[in-house]
Design a protein around this ligand. Structure first.
Ligand code: M6R
Length: 630
């Protein structure tokens, strides 16, 4: 693990994307809970709800299908008083998205209200047992079953809520992060987790609970990340009381939260995605900070130092990842093979986990993930561990499940990425890949010192080159206006620019809903060329590197068929710009680093096309930021 203690990942397969916020303290809870839910909106959800315990010991529960704003409208004339409460955004897994299935769920007696992120796999058998014991259910959810299971234990075992939760969770198979409020206990919240993240914020006379740190930022800097199979009693005036569900006391590990409020707001941009695109020069610098040392012609990656030998002598380095992280891994494979001459495989985590891959203790598996919560990637880690491989991580979110599940790793330090479309996470991951390749080359002696120094210096200059690219991308908006109504788009590139083509196409399709495909440029003649006509724009990543002439030939082939050409070219380019309908320049750089520059205008192109089509850029339809379901 690159963060802290042990974690059991056997149950990390089925986790929902819901958001949890809870509060107890001296302030009115409702505004804090609503603000927290809004900060969690990026996770994706279809209904929202809140439970508040008021001074008269009434437990008021309000729910709404749709957005947090629908919930706000609904409670406009209701009693929203109370200094303690729980709130939830739900992404439907059991039962359709409606008010009945939305959380919080009340127990049969109405004494406890519970919110839940996760899936209880054995909920049907538990439900049948409870029905035999006189419980009736209003919703189709596993969460209502869990709520009543806890109440049943509390009543039959004559124990307090903390103990009832602990005992009940021993009967549960699946994943959960839960927070509970109970009548008669206006100063206490109970929480627990397994396989689904949860963090507790410790304020001055107040406590916060959330699925991730974003609702807590700006309220306190003291946080405790709850470990799997732990139950917590959060009581005003008392220390956190943590036990495992096996009844073993645990000591809370209080850490400082490094995020600040600015980092989760839009900083004057219309959308988080654009803000994050513009953060890339800073992010890449942050990713390299303290690691890249041009003055000493070296790279130091402290997080994996004790595994450098295993990496060097690995039969294979195997990247497992999904989506954009997979594209970054593909760039990484080109870098490591070319510079350090180590065999690298790049696997979709979702395929790897099911196809019985040949992985041995002589392989090093590297899981790459922005969120650190992607279910398929976690399952791939689990499988690699079972097969005896060392598993490292490249991850953005500190304290995330992947950072805990891996033996060691490298944080990307990209800061919170709120836009569902990954942008700065990609550039930070590729930056880590470049440093890893250079470090391995240094250890293996596969590059001459002078050559390595050139590469290190060039990497050091990338933040300024990204800034230049951003400063010269104003006309990308005009290109977007020209092509915003097309139905298809093709992206072509070779070698390290092939993943750039894939990433450009993914960006466009996920936020604008235009069908787009990325291909290695030479593959065009094996099929996609049939698509080319006057209505087909083709984006070429045509930087002046080893396969430049070949890409020029591909451009000619498209031109001959009346296709429209948008070319990403190096500043000194002569040929490609003559043939293209639109040209986007990027600075000259070492060929392996061109993805760090060429991806940026493609992010901007996708952004403007999506905005012009009226799409919800930060929260595209059907997508969630952390894909924590299989
Ligand atoms: O958090 P992760 O990097 O593990 O997420 C992997 C993919 O779900 C993610 O990259 C997804 O493809 C993005 N929406 C792409 O923009």
């Amino acid at each position: 693990m690159f963060f802290s203690k042990k974690c059991n990942f056997a149950f990390l397969i089925f986790i929902t994307m819901c958001g949890i916020v809870a509060y107890v303290g001296h302030q009115e809870a409702y505004p804090i809970l609503i603000e927290g839910l809004k900060r969690l909106e990026y996770r994706g959800y279809d209904s929202a709800g809140v439970a508040l315990l008021n001074k008269a010991d009434q437990l008021n529960v309000y729910k709404a299908k749709g957005k947090v704003s629908d919930l706000e409208a609904k409670v406009a004339d209701k009693d929203i008083s109370g200094h303690i409460g729980i709130a939830h955004t739900r992404w439907a897994t059991h039962g359709e998205p409606n008010e009945t299935n939305a959380h919080p769920h009340l127990s049969k007696s109405g004494n406890i209200a519970l919110i839940h992120n996760g899936i209880i796999e054995n909920y049907l058998s538990l439900r049948k047992e409870l029905e035999k014991r006189g419980f009736q259910f209003k919703s189709s959810t596993d969460t209502e079953v869990l709520t009543n299971l806890i109440e049943d234990v509390q009543q039959s075992e004559h124990v307090d809520l903390f103990e009832a939760v602990r005992i009940a969770l021993n009967h549960v198979i699946g994943a959960y992060a839960i927070a509970i409020v109970e009548k008669g206990h206006p100063d206490q919240l109970i929480a627990a987790r397994k396989g689904s993240p949860m963090v507790i914020g410790i304020g001055d006379g107040e406590y916060f609970i959330a699925s991730d740190a974003t609702p807590i930022v700006g309220r306190t800097q003291k946080v405790v990340y709850i470990e799997d199979e732990q139950v917590v009693r959060i009581k005003l005036g008392e220390e956190l009381h943590i036990k495992t569900i096996q009844d073993v006391e645990a000591i809370p590990y209080v850490q400082e939260l490094k995020m600040n409020l600015d980092s989760i707001e839009k900083a004057g941009f219309d959308h988080f995605m654009m803000k994050e695109i513009y953060e890339q020069p800073t992010i890449v610098r942050d990713t390299m900070r303290g690691r890249l040392h041009p003055e000493a012609n070296t790279v130091r990656l402290g997080g994996i130092i004790q595994y450098e030998k295993q990496l060097l002598y690995a039969d294979n380095i195997v990247f497992v990842a999904c989506g954009t992280s997979w594209h970054a891994s593909l760039v990484g494979s080109y870098m490591i093979e070319k510079l350090a001459k180590i065999r690298v495989k790049v696997e979709y985590a979702s395929e790897f986990r099911y196809r019985d891959p040949v992985v041995t203790p002589h392989d090093v598996v590297i899981a790459v993930s922005q969120s650190g919560e992607t279910a398929d990637t976690l399952a791939a880690i689990n499988l690699a561990k079972e097969k005896g491989a060392i598993v490292l991580g490249i991850c953005n979110v500190i304290g995330s499940s992947i950072s805990r599940a891996t033996d060691a790793g490298i944080y990307t330090h990209a800061g919170p990425e709120i836009g569902v479309a990954s942008t700065k996470a990609f550039t930070s991951q590729v930056t880590v890949m470049a440093m890893l390749a250079l470090r391995l080359a240094e250890l293996k002696g596969t590059m001459k010192d002078e050559e390595r120094l050139e590469f290190i210096k060039e990497l050091d200059s990338i933040p300024e080159k990204i800034q230049w690219t951003l400063d010269h991308s104003g006309h990308v908006k005009d290109i977007a206006a020209k092509y915003k109504d097309v139905r298809n788009m093709l992206y072509l590139g070779r070698l390290q620019n092939y993943p750039v083509a894939l990433e450009g196409a993914l960006k466009l399709k996920e936020i604008s809903y235009i069908h787009a495909e990325g291909y290695p440029a030479a593959e065009m003649k094996h099929g996609p060329i049939a698509l080319i006509d006057k209505d087909m724009p083709v984006v070429f990543i045509a930087t002046n590197h080893s396969t430049y002439e070949k890409v020029i030939s591909n451009i000619q082939e498209v031109k001959a068929r009346d296709g429209k050409i948008i070319a990403i070219v190096s500043q000194k380019d002569v040929l490609a710009r003559k043939m293209a309908d639109y040209v986007i320049e990027i600075p000259e750089t070492e060929c392996l680093y061109s993805p760090l520059l060429a991806t940026v205008p493609l992010q901007i192109l996708a952004y403007y096309i999506a905005v012009m089509r009226g799409c919800n850029v930060d929260q595209p339809r059907n997508l969630a930021k952390s894909v924590t379901v299989e």
